[in-house]
Design a protein around this ligand. Sequence first.
Ligand code: PLP
Length: 345
Amino acid sequence: MEKKDLDWGNLGFNYIPCDYSYVCNFKDGAWEEGGLTEDHTLTLSEDAGIFHYCQEVFEGLKAYTTADGSIVCFRPDLNASRMADSARRLVMPAFPEDKFVDAVKQVVAANAAWVPPYGSGATLYIRPFMVATGNVIGVKPADEYQFRIFVTPVGPYFKGGDTSVKLAVAKYDRAAPHGTGNIKAGLNYAMSLLAVTEAHEAGYAENMYLDSKSRTYVEETGGANIMFVDKEGNLVVPQSATDSILPSITRRSLVMVARDVLGMNVIERPVKFEEVLAGDFVECGLCGTAAVISPVEKVEGEGVDVTFPDCVGTSGPVMKKLRETLVGIQTCEAEDPFGWVCKIA
Ligand SMILES: Cc1ncc(COP(=O)(O)O)c(C=O)c1O
């Protein structure tokens, strides 16, 4: 397979249109067959539901080239089920989960020349999404939808590798409390744009969101879950009291890797921001499909200045080991004890 002529080692996290997208419409109460398209645009009625009541959900996953030249992706079944949960929450028809996995395989295989080569540090980002295309004027769900997947080659989301980043304490809530934050929907991300823009302008990589109900507990960041290592070496993973932390596939996988592969002690529990302020944690990391695991050296905000001592300038040993082990499984360099890797080509 002849790869495209791109500067693979220097890709940013930007959209580069590839050869094919996948498209499937929902009409008259049913999903059509669906298939590949070379048209990367959508033409919609000015009255389409997406423009007014924001019925949109999306997902994100990656495909990798392995050392033997195969193309694989990681746990696409979990993206399929999370997207179906997101859709149900916004009263959209769930895209069938087996059809989702099949669509991912089709669109990645068709764009094999765009999957960055092994060892380049880049990956093919896969963005499934669904929008309300049917007309609505009263506040109610639309009756027509389009599910689409595009792919685009990407480099690191944060600085990458071992370089640690700084977080700001978010000034604004990103979403309504009580269960609305656990879906991947454009409307929640729109609510985070002001906070993330201000954080970037002030030199931070991201925001640390507190729970919007009590502003007492650490939730996550705008595009990644968060995890800590305490002074005893336990991996401490925040749980949300209000069901408003996105159920990250990377985080759920890392918890299993830490426990079952690395034999670590993992504690999943609500984490008070007070504990962070008290300096209880020696490492902090952001985890997600885009972030992989990015070490965090500092959290700052009004009256807040906390350093994670083992992550100053570089990754702490625990975050580093977790990243190496997870990436090893994802790229088939390490054994995949859980059967997570999905071969595409
Ligand atoms: C708000 C938020 N949290 C966490 C994640 C990480 O989730 P995953 O590991 O499934 O990519 C993402 C990824 O898109 C995200 O947007």
